[in-house]
Design a protein around this ligand. Structure first.
Ligand code: MTE
Length: 320
């Protein structure tokens, strides 16, 4: 993510990868080559993960084809945004510090009965399936990912929210000992934990996916193990990783990036090629791994499924 430096706790622009680098395939490739030389590249490792036997899961035929080739796994596991482990794209080695067992998820707020559930118990209550989704970052790069998981609406059903629940708020761990990016840095501490939110209608939409695996195995640590979400019609920053809390709330949650820079990152973050980011165009995107530059589509091409979610909300900033 790119942020404009305005406050002491914001990262200076020279410390984040400038946009030009996101858009330059050679740089991406040479970065991966460098990672290989230092021994951090390669497919995700999942040794010791008790959920390993659940993968690969059957492909849901409705989402078996995203219209583009699946991105090679090495890009997805080595070119990441996971600020808990650093501000560069090359956090895969650092993210190996993520301890994914035991892993508990608290479900609370406006629900009949709050509860805490371990990831392996949760996995016993759901049916895993594979879905191939397009994944579009606000930084104008994209991938195609074979995720494994289950629709978020299943978790909502388990939580049994009350009529007062208007939004779902997700929270990532906050553990500076484990995650070096959460330690105070040169310019202070970022507003940890990473938080994101959805409306109840968005949470109940069939496309909204809880991800526990990818590429036919438990999801890699760098990609947000052991549990994250993915909404393919929204910019990637909404797809929060390594979730420890799911809260049903009355008020609209303020996400991590909105808190950092509300003039550039908002609540809705629906993909729209005609609404530029304040500092760059969203008209096209760099497809990682292929060198292609393609036109970006409204709602990342999922408009026929999701546009109706936003009827009557035209006065909202739906595309930032
Ligand atoms: N979740 C957490 N907890 N921390 C993060 O830094 N980055 C977000 C999102 N979820 C982020 C996060 C951003 S900006 C993007 S684009 C996607 O994760 C990147 O997912 P990927 O690394 O699997 O491609």
């Amino acid at each position: 993510m790119l942020i404009k430096r305005r406050y002491g706790w914001e990262i200076p622009e020279h410390k984040v990868t400038p946009e030009a680098l996101f858009l330059n395939r050679r740089t991406v490739l040479s970065g991966l080559a460098g990672a290989a030389l230092t021994g951090i590249a390669g497919p995700a490792r999942a040794e010791g993960d008790p959920s390993q036997g659940l993968y690969p899961a059957p492909v849901n035929p409705a989402y078996k084809d995203a219209g583009r080739a699946v991105t090679d796994e090495k890009y997805n596991t080595n070119y990441n945004n996971f600020y808990e482990f650093g501000t560069s794209k090359g956090i895969a080695a650092e993210a190996e510090n993520l301890k994914i067992r035991p892993w508990e998820i608290a479900v609370d707020g406006e629900v009949d009965k709050p509860f805490v559930i371990g990831i392996d118990d949760l996995l016993k209550k759901v049916t895993l399936e594979e879905r191939v989704y397009r994944h579009r970052c606000v930084e104008a790069w994209s991938m195609v990912v074979p995720w494994t998981g289950f629709p978020l609406k299943k978790l909502v059903e388990l939580a049994s929210p009350t009529a007062d629940a208007k939004y779902v708020r997700f929270e990532t761990f906050n553990n500076p000992e484990m995650a070096s990016g959460q330690q105070p840095g040169l310019f202070g501490t970022m507003p940890w934990p990473y938080v994101e939110g959805l409306t109840m209608a968005e949470a109940m939409h069939d496309l909204t996916f809880v991800v526990t695996g990818a590429y036919g195995k438990p999801v890699a640590k760098s990609m947000g193990a052991p549990i994250r979400i993915h909404m393919p019609w929204k910019y990637g920053f909404k797809s929060i990783k390594s979730i420890i809390k799911v809260s049903f709330v009355k008020e609209r949650p303020i996400g991590f990036w909105e808190q950092l820079q509300s003039s550039e990152y908002g609540f809705w973050a629906n993909v729209n090629p005609q609404v530029p980011h304040p500092r760059w165009s969203q008209a096209s995107e760099q497809v990682l791994g292929t060198g292609e530059r393609i036109d970006t589509q409204l709602y990342n091409g999922y408009g026929e499924f999701v546009a109706s979610l936003y009827q009557g909300l035209e006065n909202e900033k739906l595309y930032m």
